[in-house]
Write a protein that binds this ligand. Sequence first.
Ligand code: ADP
Ligand code: ZN
Ligand code: ZN
Length: 742
Amino acid sequence: MYADIIIDITHEKLDKIFQYSIPSGLEGVLKIGMEVIVPFGRGNKETKGYVIGFSGQTDYDQSKIKEIICVAKGSVAIEAKLVALAAWMKDYYGGTMIQALKTVIPIKRQERIQEKRSIRLLLNEEEGKWQLEVFLHKNQKARARLLAALLDQPEQDYNLLTKKLNVTKSVVRALEEQKIISMDSEKVFRNPVGHRNYKGEIPNYTPEQQHAIDAFWDDYRQGIRAAYLVYGITGSGKTEVYMEMIGRVLEEGRQAIVLIPEIALTYQTVMRFYGRFGDRVSILNSRMSQGERYDQMERVKAGEVDVMIGPRSALFTPFPRLGLIVIDEEHETTYKSEQVPRYHARETAIERARMEDASVVLGSATPSLESFYACKNGRFQLFELKKRAGSQELPAVYVEDMRKEMKAGNRSILSDKLKSLIELRLRKQEQIMLFLNRRGYAGFVSCRACGYVVKCPHCDVALSAHRNGKMVCHYCGHEEPQVRVCPSCGSRYIGGFKAGTQQIEELVIHQFPGARVLRMDMDTTRTKDGHEKILEAFASEEADILIGTQMIVKGHDFPNVTLVGILAADMSLYSNDYRAGERTFQLLTQAAGRAGRGKSKGEVVIQTYSPEHYSIEMAAAQDYDGFYDAEMNYRRLMGYPPVEQLLAVLMTGADEEILEKAAKYLKEFVLRIDKNRILNVIGPASPYVAKVNDVYRRILYLKGRDYRLLIEVKNRMEQYIEINKGFQTLRIQFDFNPMNVF
Ligand code: ADP
Ligand code: ZN
Ligand code: ZN
């Protein structure tokens, strides 16, 4: 036996594995993740490494293979735990050990050596304005430009500002000499939250909150570690519960990770944590560069941080004394990685917690079926928060059948009910949110006479009509001019089938002249902080109506919003996906939860073409239990997760023939090893998107009750694929309980 060892784990080139032989004293002792001392390099320098796997043979000259010296003594290096977690992920989700390691270990990057320089204004506003007059008077335009910008915002990044204003170094130096500005340079080793005087108040907990806290704490104090689900409607005080639990865990000298979906990771939320725990809190987000993330991880290792808040990847924060992992909005699909290993943060958190003697607290207003099912069968413990924490009442919900509107002669995107409620709100100066279940100016282009849908010639997906008169493919970027007549039947009734946010914005402006409208979608939030800026403008009541996609239904609290309109509620019902019903229910419930967060009661209008669908009916009734039962019936009937386990094997390749053949062979292989037909093998099929960028895709589904068995079959497939030349030109990925296929 040989041990596969990596030497410098934080190095960018993680893909170098060295093989060492195992001395007899360590046989059976050595485990994946262990830190060992090995001779390395020409001088055989004693170096630390991590065991990442074992193999029975080696490609090297056996006589040249060196032997492990010993296991590193008393080493509880956090990396060792993360390496072990990576090994678990590789096994549980498929892929290579290197891919798993790259997911859990922060990688060093050169860029981080760069210093960040900023320019700071030393004058107060009055002095500054006076000085500006002087520069203008003397016609010193560059100096004036720089000063004017700093009067707007007294501290700015040197590189960005000088580039933007087109001012030279000498201008900056001149102002520096005049003591108008100072140049600050700092290593980027800093707390992204910054220092602010903000003190959070701890409320008197409601009995429901108190119960959750006490039950958790009773367990924790006794050394019982478990997974809990806090199921509470929006505004029921879940975040307060998490913070209290975290506070107690910190007092024990332990540390906590809080996962929040990127989109809900708002300034408001971060400041609540900061108010409670001060600068022991740090954040991660996807806008940070690799270097900035690396620095955060270094701060953690240096012991400067005890609470890390961030999206999925924050799960791998290298805390040495992890005590609690909180996952807010645990139902969110973004907790599933779309890269190999395609891990789910919930399961991975539970495994990390198990390895490190920590607990996991999940929270949601609309729990995933997986988590609620786990509560029913006792794997998780359930805490319910049924009431809103403040005095807020639940909103009234109306379902508007758009087919009836059409029959009654209303061809508008807005139902009569929604129109009149909007008018009422505008008169009362209350705010309105209009939520649209999709993206873009107009959706796919279809013929109303024959049903023909215009598709991308490379990707087999519908093209989207854009305002510039083109139709665009969102997978590969292919563009072509908008068609005027149907290529199939010649009819002229061809066009964008459903409205997009831009179109709704135009309609609303036209229909309600004088109303101040903001729009938030992929187009208006492309810039850094674009999304935050729009939300802040709306929060400070700079607009009456906010129109947007998914993004507007999460995170922020808008106390003055008393009306929420949900347009095309059922768009997400017709996506080709076994989770469509669940996703629709979640979106509607969440959107409805935005109404009436302040003093006045809220109203919600759900517009739909299928009011009888249980997802819509139950969302309107705000009945999660009813939805859960109906959806579980469907999952049981179809054998979908969480009742059964589903393994998707996604195969891609440029040569369709080879792909087709390989997919068939792989299926036959599975049938050969599953002699007793315990698994249900489906496909190979062309997935919903059968071709992307001229690369073909095939998918094979394996269903079974036993996840371990699926892992075993996956491992056998991985071996089979590796030794068979026929698979060499293909890419094959495994996806356990996928979020968005079928
Ligand atoms: P959730 O996370 O479930 O949406 P939050 O914890 O954000 O709920 O609470 C919603 C609002 O109610 C927040 O403004 C919070 O400060 C307030 N709140 C929470 N718990 C209490 C309580 N026990 N008493 C008074 N206000 C509370
Ligand atoms: Zn047609
Ligand atoms: Zn395309």
